[in-house]
Each structure stands twice: as C-alpha cells, then as structure tokens.
Design a protein around this ligand. Structure first.
Ligand code: MN
Length: 500
C-alpha cells in the first residue's frame, strides 16, 4: 500500500549509490552518459515542470537500487535521448560505446509498442510477448520498468485521458512483466499507482471501505508482533518481524472473487506478519513457534513455497492462524535473502548477493556483466523459458513454438500498427497469411517501411509490412512454396493449389 516516493537526486548521489554496491563500476562511463543526457535534454521540461534530466537521474537511480551494472545505469540516463532529442543512436554509440547504445536502442524500440486503446486479451498478450522478445536483453525490460515506475508517480500532470491510457498499459503490461521478473514489490506498487486512474470509482470505494479494517488490523499486528518476538527470542532465534499491508489493488481483486463476495472480513491477508530469518532451518523452527502460540486455521493450511518455489522463484512459508478472538492473520516466514529476492528480485540483485556471500564474485566481474556462472545462466534461461511458455500458451495459433521463440522470432507490424510475430526468415507472403487467408491468396506485391520489396523478401524485426493485392487473383502461386517458412502459409497455399 505504501508507494515509495522518489526524490530528485544529483549525479554525485547516483555515483555514490552505485559505488555502495560496486566500487569498481565504470564511473567514467556513467559520468559521460550523464553529460551526454544533460546536453541532449538541455532546457527540456516535463509536464510536472521538472527538468527531463532529473527524470533520467531518477530512472538510473532506481536501476542502482536494483544493483544493475554500469551499462544499464548509463542507458538509464540516456533512455529518452533518441526519442526526445536530436541525438541519434550513432552519436550515442560513438560517445558511450556499443553496449550502452544497444540498450538505449532496445528501450526506444519497446517504447513504440502502444496499446492504442485496444484491450483484447489477445492483443495484450501479444504486446507482452513482443516486449520480451524485442528487448532480447532483459536489462531493457528492467530499464523500461524503472522508467515507467517514475512516470507513474507524476501521472497527475498529464491530461486525464492520457493518464488513464498509461495507467491501463501499466496494469496490463508492466505490472505482469514485473511479476514475471519476480519483482513483487514493484508489481504491487505499479498496480496501486494505476488503480485510481483506471478504476476511479472502485478505488474510492475500496479506500473508504477498507480504511477502518486496515487500522484495526494494524493494531492487532503490532500486538502479535511483540508476542512473537518474545517467543522467538526464547528459542534463541534471531529474527526480524515486520507487518505488511496488502496492496490496495490486490485487495480489490480479491474482494471481487465470488467466494469473498466483497466482504472484507473474508480477506485473511489484509495485514500479514513477515518473519525474516538468517537460515532456512530457522524458518521451520519459527513456524513451530508460531503454531504453538496461535492455532493454525485447518482449512486454510500451510503453504510451503520454500520446499516448492513458485514458478517465478518466490520462496516463503505462509500460514494462517487464529488470534483467539476469532480473527485470522497470515504469517509469512522466509530468510532475508528470499525476502530480498521477492521484493526486488531482479536477476542481478539476487545472484550478486548470493555470489558475494560465497566470495565468488569480484566487483570487476559484476561490471563486465559476468554475473552468472554457466550453471546459473542455465537457471536464468530456464526461468525465461517458463515465462516464454506461459506467454505463448495463451496464444493458440503458435502453440507449436518452442523456447527458441525468443531468438528465432521477429515482430512486424501492419500499417495500422497491429503486431504479428513470425519466425525468422518469414516473407511478406507469410505475413499476409498470418493476417488473413484472403490477403495471402490475393497478394501481388509488398511494401516494407513504405518501400516496394519482392514477395520473397526476408522480413526484419520491427518492420511495417503492407500487402498489395490483386482482386482478380484466384489462387496463390505455386512458386511461393519455395520460400514461405510458416506452416500456416504452406498449408493454405497447398490447399488452394491442390483443391483447385
Ligand atoms: Mn523516460
């Protein structure tokens, strides 16, 4: 429920923040990126009245909070330059090098993916998928999330309909991406920041309805917290116990569930207690202590996501207990490390912390981006595969696609801006059949980014494809079978030719 307010910072403060977790960061690069961004955005102001450069600094500072590498910090500073200044990508490449330029390019490209008011589930899935695939480098997604997080905090300065559109996009695209990246805290905050813009009436209703319950729950939590601290100290367990209030938006979603039926008394995790321990074994000891003091609620059960982590890596033990007066609260138990991961679990952060603990990582290798040993890289890739599968599953027409989707697929746009994903090597004919059978059958020529191309032209990521048709054409050309790559196009062409 609590959204961290972002304060304006200076380049010196940013440098200090980076130094605190990575003394050997490439500070020259970061300073150079700053000077470049400052020049690019000279005199530019945001609608809030604050200079654009301070938005760049805030974005970069969030990335530093999440302990990203120097290239990401530099790209965070430069993320709006290509879009909003006359600086070209070439210039950025020349000044700060290829890897930072590539990140800026990625951020600029995914920035062009707009929802355009269309909110069908399928379209949103396409957008999320495209986002991941076009960015290729996950750091691009993370930079976009940082950028969006700050933009959401200054939404009140935008015209109402524009603000609503951005908030909607945040709910549909960015918050789910944050969740998939395992950044639970950011997901919750993005949702809460969007809530009042997208569903203003419900927001006011929930806020008013829940206020007294939150207050009461807070008092109870404090009492239980003290009791637990004493009991756990008796067991010589070193723990930290915090209360956490449920995010507003997620409370609202829960209230809408049929079994809850808008009755807040049925929501048991309005407030939860979080016990943070040093070691995994301590989690189970703490669970025993909790259950000795407060009886567990049998029908709600204990959920052990330490033994069996959630797909996004989340680990914690959750239990619901009776407080004695009939009330129920949720208690979450996890190690400090699991907590860090759950709140800000961006790849680098978690792996860095782990590796640092084991002294396997030098600051230098952090900065070279060698975060991952080959084995850990595998974990990361597997995780990506999970998201990819999750995202792809909801899209029926490409359910045969395997994990190579990330690398082997391209995204192209119709002249209206609709996105289509195709395998690498796809041609305008593949595109035409992906749009509509009739468009394929009648295809006579194609334009890519406004220029005529041949029908066997090899499409590239991000291109806008327009198919020119011949209305009198009855069936596709057999020759097309020599170059089409999608099963769909092959099947349709085959049917028309054989079926006559
Ligand atoms: Mn920005």
């Amino acid at each position: 429920m609590v959204v961290k307010k972002l304060k304006p910072i200076t380049i010196g403060e940013l440098i200090n923040e980076v130094r605190s977790y990575n003394p050997n960061a490439d500070f020259d690069l970061i300073r150079k990126a700053y000077r470049l961004a400052e020049k690019a955005h000279q005199g530019q102001k945001r609608l809030s009245g604050s200079p654009v450069i301070s938005h760049c600094l805030t974005t970069a500072n969030l990335l530093a909070d999440w302990k990203l590498d120097s290239a990401s910090i530099a790209a965070g500073l430069l993320h709006d330059t290509v879009e909003d200044s006359n600086f070209t990508l070439e210039k950025i490449k020349k000044e700060v090098g290829e890897s930072v330029a590539a990140l800026v390019d990625g951020v600029t490209k995914v920035g062009h993916l707009k929802m355009r008011g269309s909110v069908s589930e399928e379209f949103i899935e396409t957008l999320r998928k495209m986002f991941l695939a076009m960015s290729r480098d996950l750091r691009v997604v993370i930079i976009k999330i940082a950028d969006r997080y700050h933009n959401m905090q200054t939404l009140q300065y935008l015209p109402a309909d524009k603000a609503k559109g951005i908030a909607q996009e945040t709910l549909e695209v960015y918050a789910p991406l944050a969740e998939r990246l395992g950044i639970g805290e950011i997901k919750g905050q993005l949702e809460d920041l969007s809530f009042s813009y997208v569903y203003p009436k419900d927001y006011r209703w929930v806020k008013q309805y829940a206020a007294s319950y939150y207050k009461k729950a807070e008092e109870q939590i404090e009492k239980v917290r003290r009791e637990l601290l004493t009991a756990l100290a008796h067991e010589s367990l070193r723990v930290e116990i915090n209360g956490r209030a449920k995010h507003f938006y997620s409370l609202w979603r829960k209230l809408l569930r049929p079994e809850i039926n808008k009755n807040i008394e049925e929501v048991y995790d309005l407030m939860a207690l979080r016990i943070l321990t040093d070691r995994v074994a301590d989690c189970y000891t703490a669970l025993g202590v909790v259950h000795k003091l407060y009886r567990p609620v049998p029908y709600l059960g204990v959920r052990d996501w330490i033994a069996q982590p959630k797909p996004n890596g989340y680990q914690s033990i959750h239990t619901n207990v009776f407080l004695g007066d009939g009330r129920i609260i949720e208690v979450q138990i996890r190690t400090h490390q699991m907590h860090e991961q759950a709140e800000y679990g961006i790849a680098a952060h978690w792996y860095l912390a782990q590796l640092k603990l084991k002294n396997k990582l030098t600051s230098k290798s952090i900065d070279e981006g060698n975060f991952f040993s080959p084995a850990q890289k595998m974990v990361w890739v597997r995780q990506l595969a999970t998201w990819q599968r999750e995202i792809i599953d909801s899209h029926e027409f490409i359910n045969s696609v395997r994990f190579d989707a990330l690398k082997r697929r391209i995204f192209v746009f119709s002249p209206k801006g609709d996105a289509f994903d195709l395998p690498e090597g796809a041609t305008p004919v593949d595109f035409a059949y992906a749009v509509h059978t009739d468009l394929g059958d009648k295809a006579a020529g194609a334009k890519v980014n406004g220029k005529m191309v041949t029908l066997n032209y090899c499409l590239k990521n991000g291109e806008v494809v327009e198919i020119l048709i011949n209305k009198n054409r009855k069936r596709p050309s057999e020759d097309w079978l020599d170059f089409v790559v999608t099963r769909l196009a092959r099947k349709k062409i085959g049917q028309k030719i054989n079926g006559k």
